[in-house]
Design a binder for this molecule. Structure first.
Ligand code: HEC
Ligand code: HEC
Length: 201
């Protein structure tokens, strides 16, 4: 009897619904979905996101206003290796280990120290320098986005401490556009519209 009730409760309350309250918008038009994507693209192509979402050369980027006019590879010859955490060379955590009161909270150009697992995003999620449609088709492709549906992407956004930093990156660094809440809402709008990308036929 008890066992039966426990299983019923599990079925009725999947982990997602339990932890996060999302209202999936209804009646979203294709036009609204594409407009939401345009805002999502502004975020995903922003330096606070794309500096880590780089390709197979495994080199994080230093780009955005606080790094001067031209984007350049991370200083000090940093290479994250195939591990994406620098295990083959110098570990990211050598400088980017989590500290509760990090110098980067108050000092421009200090290394961000917001997450114990500061590392590059998976190579499939390469966003740096990519066009809107390229990022869009990657982000809706479960084979290349960590097996996520749009609701999972929304959940991921709320749970990732790196992202909380990207909207509050300390002095000198330009925050990602909009806010975490607005970005999450845009992902839900885009998802409810069927994850459309510019140029779909
Ligand atoms: C410090 C590096 C770093 C920064 C900065 C960063 N990310 Fe990521 N991102 C990661 C890593 C690592 C993963 C893989 C985590 C996982 O799959 O659980 C990831 C995965 C993701 C995913 C999951 C889907 C996919 O395609 O893999 C999304 C969505 C995402 N990031 C969004 C963002 C956004 C939006 C920003 C900026 C506001 C951002 N990230 C900034 C490191 C970063
Ligand atoms: C020797 C210390 C050191 C190591 C090791 C290191 N970093 Fe950094 N990193 C820094 C410093 C310092 C900055 C800030 C530079 C500035 O603002 O001028 C930085 C900035 C960054 C940025 C830019 C953040 C932004 O958007 O402003 C990224 C991305 C980054 N590091 C990723 C990594 C990754 C991934 C690794 C491991 C492969 C790594 N770093 C290893 C010192 C280091």
């Amino acid at each position: 009897m008890l066992k039966h009730a426990a299983i019923a409760a599990l079925l009725a309350a999947p982990a997602l619904a339990e932890e996060t309250e999302f209202v999936i918008p209804e009646g979203v038009t294709l036009e609204e979905g594409l407009a939401a994507w345009d805002r999502i693209y502004e975020v995903t192509s922003h330096p606070r996101c794309s500096n880590c979402h780089v390709g197979a050369d495994n080199v994080p980027m230093w780009s955005g206003p606080s790094y001067g006019d031209t984007a350049r590879p991370h200083g000090m010859n940093i290479n994250a290796g195939d591990s994406r955490v620098g295990a083959e060379y110098v570990q990211c955590s050598t400088c980017h280990a989590y500290r509760e009161f990090a110098p980067a909270d108050t000092t421009p150009h200090a290394a961000p120290q917001v997450a114990a697992d500061w590392r590059l995003a998976p190579v499939e999620a390469e966003w740096f320098g990519k066009a809107s449609r390229e990022i869009c088709t990657q982000l809706r492709d479960p084979a290349r986005n960590g097996g996520r549906g749009f609701e999972d992407i929304a959940v991921h956004l709320g749970h990732d401490v790196i992202l909380h930093w990207a909207w509050n990156p300390g002095p000198g660094r330009q925050p990602a556009p909009y806010s975490l809440e607005e970005h999450t809402q845009d992902v839900l709008i885009w998802g409810a519209a069927g994850m459309p990308c510019e140029g779909d036929s």
